[in-house]
Design a protein around this ligand. Structure first.
Ligand code: C5P
Length: 201
């Protein structure tokens, strides 16, 4: 029997940490769906055509190299507005969601489009300032040459593109539970998410 946890929300709200933590706690598989768009985005930076890239994407490519750079994030959100790119990635995500033993998928449209019947839907948010600060510290720790202002501008630009696109815009599903992590430590946010999943099992 499958059990799907859908976790959506904007960049650096804590989705990744919460998703990994929930998956580890319950022994579920985890898919960071942003990596699919990042892998396609990276190929476009190499001059490849986005729709063909999305259709040819393999699971192995998601593990190759560092896809979590600011440049690839921007490229990802640009290819993510293309309906045929999104369509090409649906099958892989839905198959992952149906894994026996349970699955956690995190992204922007999991609860609304990919898994509208997920057993649990969370929408994780935080203020743009808090998210930019978290992302800044993360990039800084990796040695990236960025300023706080650049990261905030980047986060705002990506939020706007993700929320305003016409196909599968980022938004909470009607039955999603909102989890605002602006004032929460990551441990407290994860504990709340685990408790919410526990209630539905
Ligand atoms: O989550 P992450 O920051 O890695 O996502 C990179 C970009 O991929 C997002 O800004 C968004 O444009 C796109 N994305 C999406 N739908 C998803 C996951 C990511 O459109 N389910």
């Amino acid at each position: 029997m499958s059990f799907t946890v859908a976790i959506d929300g904007p960049a650096a709200a804590g989705k990744g940490t919460i998703s990994k933590g929930v998956a580890a706690h319950f022994g579920f598989a985890h898919l960071d769906t942003g990596l699919l768009y990042r892998a396609v985005g990276r190929r476009t930076l190499d001059g490849m055509e986005p729709v063909a890239s999305a259709r040819a994407l393999t699971a192995e490519e998601l593990e190759q190299g560092d896809l979590r750079t600011a440049q690839i994030a921007q490229a990802a959100s640009k290819v993510a507005v293309i309906p045929d790119v999104r369509t090409a990635l649906v099958g892989f995500q839905r198959a992952f969601a149906r894994r026996p033993g349970g699955a956690v998928l995190d992204g922007r449209d999991i609860g609304t489009v990919i898994c509208p019947r997920a057993e649990v839907k969370l929408f994780v948010t935080a203020s743009a300032e808090v998210r930019a600060e978290r992302r800044y510290l993360e990039l800084n720790a990796k040695g990236a040459d960025v300023t706080r202002d650049q990261v905030l501008a980047d986060v705002r630009e990506r939020d706007a593109r993700d929320a305003e696109r016409s196909t599968a815009p980022m938004k909470p599903a009607e039955d999603a539970i909102l989890l605002d992590t602006s004032e929460l430590s990551i441990e407290a946010a994860l504990a709340q998410a685990v408790a919410l999943v526990e209630q539905k099992r």
